[in-house]
Design a protein around this ligand. Structure first.
Ligand code: C2O
Length: 611
């Protein structure tokens, strides 16, 4: 590809910069992975602010399915990178819901024209559509190595999902994407539409928005060709199908479509679970960016740690829009795979809603902990606040922006149209039935009848439900350490599955229930014993050996190691389990795709934890 020579030069340049800025690690040692790894392990055991940037170029093509690669490395900036500044705006820009804009002829035509122009820009131009989706591919599929703020590379590929970087990075991706679109149509007030898929009040809101699919019947006044041209999607999910946030791929493939009531209940229950029920920053935004993952685990190429509710919830729309492993598209070049998701204009509108929900989350009352007085706030950890990203702006300048500058849309001059009436449906949602604990109804069965998780063993999830016994205890003062609260009653109780090894190229989905040992794929999620769903989308990954080489190749044996957290406090109280001395069962209900029926996923431990 056209960039490989500039990449080589870029490498020379990084060498110079790194040698200048930090003597502790010699660039040369980077080439010798063993030495590097040892040095690295000795000097760092904690998270540090991470530099998510193409500034120090060390970029390689990323893996896609079928042993192929995609080169999504970004061009060099033409000028010195500039620092992010808040812009003085006379008025706030308002992003509006896509379903309400479907027949706004002027808006849709303008939006279409912006994408037409963006798609016509030459590939070297960082504002071009190609480079715009490459931004997501490069930073979210591990084309770069992550770096500390002083420029020193970590030995890990940069991956901005699966951690607290997820929301801030995608917010700024939208910010610049929107500005570029606006500048291409000379409309500095242009705003992206948001795909309001959580909305169960307005018909059509949770369908794939009309403006992104051909109008049927055609509307001669509207041209939206560039909002769908070239995007590979599951057309069975075009309107009038409504996106189901508890999407069940196997059933879907078999043509089983849930009823409108089932969809509504499941969608409200999932948004409640993944947004309202996540009262701490870690539960909603995700875990610390992990700069010191276990290098000794062969094949573990993951740099990050734990997805938050926001990210887990958002994965479904990716999967829903993309193809279900259609053999006509063997590389999965669609929204269902992070490598390609930015190639669909709908991706940006989907993320605008993810971003909107973050705004809503910030304003929600507690409603979850025992005290009920907790305020929701972002991390105040410097490692979070000082993490830095780079983006190209509408003038082709590379801008360096820190997470601390991303935490308020209002400061960025952006707001979302008020959707509080629809939001209130999920904010106030309660599970259909608060059934009593299973022990009061099935006297023969107790948690002791189920196996305990053996820590550090390969505890396995296969394609059928599996139930474990979980010990519980009351929180103590010691649990407050490292959390955002000062009172025990404001802690959020949860269960964490540690070191879940997810095969890299696998779509993984499992639902988790507490105190419901016989939960299975047919169980109703809209019950108090359902505590959440984990989803994983495939993306390219590099093996540890290939971190030091320029090419990463997809490998079925590679896995990502994640902690997976479910919030249980309120669910248990609703089940009538008010005390902390009662042990419970945790049932994991996998929903693997048909062709993955023989796969297994292991984890090292399952434990109660307070945040
Ligand atoms: Cu970076 Cu929705 O993905």
């Amino acid at each position: 590809m056209g960039d490989s020579s500039s990449q080589q030069q870029g490498l020379g340049r990084i060498s110079a910069i790194v040698l200048q800025t930090r003597g502790r690690l010699k660039w040369a040692s980077y080439l010798c992975s063993t030495v590097f790894v040892l040095q690295y392990l000795m000097q760092s055991a904690e998270a540090e602010p991470v530099l998510g940037t193409s500034l120090f170029r060390q970029c390689r093509p990323v893996a896609i399915a079928n042993n192929k690669t995609e080169d999504c490395c970004l061009p060099e900036p033409e000028r010195e990178p500039i620092l992010f500044k808040f812009e003085e705006r006379k008025k706030m820009l308002v992003r509006r819901p896509a379903h309400e804009l479907a027949n706004d002829v002027e808006y849709v035509n303008k939006y279409n024209l912006a994408y037409k122009r963006m798609k016509e820009l030459p590939r070297e131009d960082p504002r071009s559509f190609l480079r715009q989706w490459h931004v997501h591919c490069a930073f979210c599929v591990e084309a770069f190595l992550s770096r500390y703020l002083n420029g020193t590379p970590t030995p890990y590929p940069l991956q901005l999902h699966y951690s607290w970087t997820f929301l801030p990075w995608h917010r700024m991706m939208l910010y610049y994407h929107e500005r570029i679109l606006g500048s291409l149509i000379n409309d500095p007030e242009f705003t992206l539409p948001f795909w309001n898929w959580d909305n169960q009040l307005d018909a059509g809101a949770a369908q794939m928005p009309q403006m992104f699919v051909p109008y049927n019947p055609p509307n001669p006044a509207i041209d939206n060709f560039y909002l769908y041209a070239g995007a590979i999607r599951d057309q069975n999910h075009y309107p009038p199908r409504v996106m189901t946030l508890n999407f069940k791929p196997a059933e879907d493939k078999a043509g089983i479509i849930p009823t409108p009531e089932e969809i509504r209940d499941a969608n409200l229950c999932m948004v409640w679970n993944m947004v309202v029920n996540k009262v701490s920053a870690q539960e909603y935004l995700g875990g610390k960016y992990n700069t010191s993952a276990d290098l000794s685990a062969a094949g573990n190429a993951n740099a990050s740690a734990e997805s938050g509710g926001s990210e887990l919830l958002h994965n479904t729309a990716h999967e829903w829009v993309g193809m279900l492993n259609n053999s006509a598209f063997p590389d999965n070049e669609d929204m269902g795979v992070f490598t390609y998701s930015g190639r669909d204009p709908l991706f940006y509108s989907h993320h605008a809603n993810v971003d909107r929900l973050w705004d809503v989350w910030q304003t929600l009352p507690d409603g979850v902990t025992v005290d009920g007085t907790r305020t929701r706030k972002e991390f105040d950890d410097v490692d979070f606040l000082e993490t830095e990203f780079t983006f190209f702006d509408e003038n082709k300048d590379m801008v360096r922006v820190k997470v601390k500058d991303t935490l308020s849309n209002a400061k960025l001059g952006i707001m979302y149209q008020d959707m509080s009436e629809a939001d209130s449906l999920w904010i106030n949602h309660k599970p259909k039935a608060s059934k009593p604990s299973f022990r009061t109804t099935q006297l023969s069965s107790t948690p002791d009848d189920y196996p305990e998780v053996v820590a550090n063993a390969n505890n396995t999830i296969g394609s059928t439900p599996v139930c474990f016994k979980l010990h519980r205890r009351a929180p103590t003062k010691a649990d407050l350490k490292g959390t955002q609260v000062k009172h025990i009653g404001e802690l959020s109780e949860g269960v964490v599955m540690e070191k879940v090894k997810i095969p890299e190229m696998m779509y993984v989905r499992f639902d988790v229930y507490v105190d419901f040992p016989s939960a299975n794929v047919d169980s109703d999620m809209d019950q108090s014993d359902y505590v959440g769903t984990f989803t994983h989308l495939p993306s390219g990954v590099a093996s540890m050996e290939s971190v030091t080489s320029q090419i990463s190749v997809a490998n079925e044996d590679l896995y990502r190691e994640l902690n997976v957290r479910f919030t249980t406090g309120l669910a248990l109280r609703r089940l009538g389990i008010e005390d902390y001395s009662t042990d419970i069962t945790v049932t994991i209900v996998p929903r693997f795709r048909d062709h993955d029926a023989d796969k297994t996923i292991t984890f090292s431990n399952l434990k109660q934890e307070f945040l």
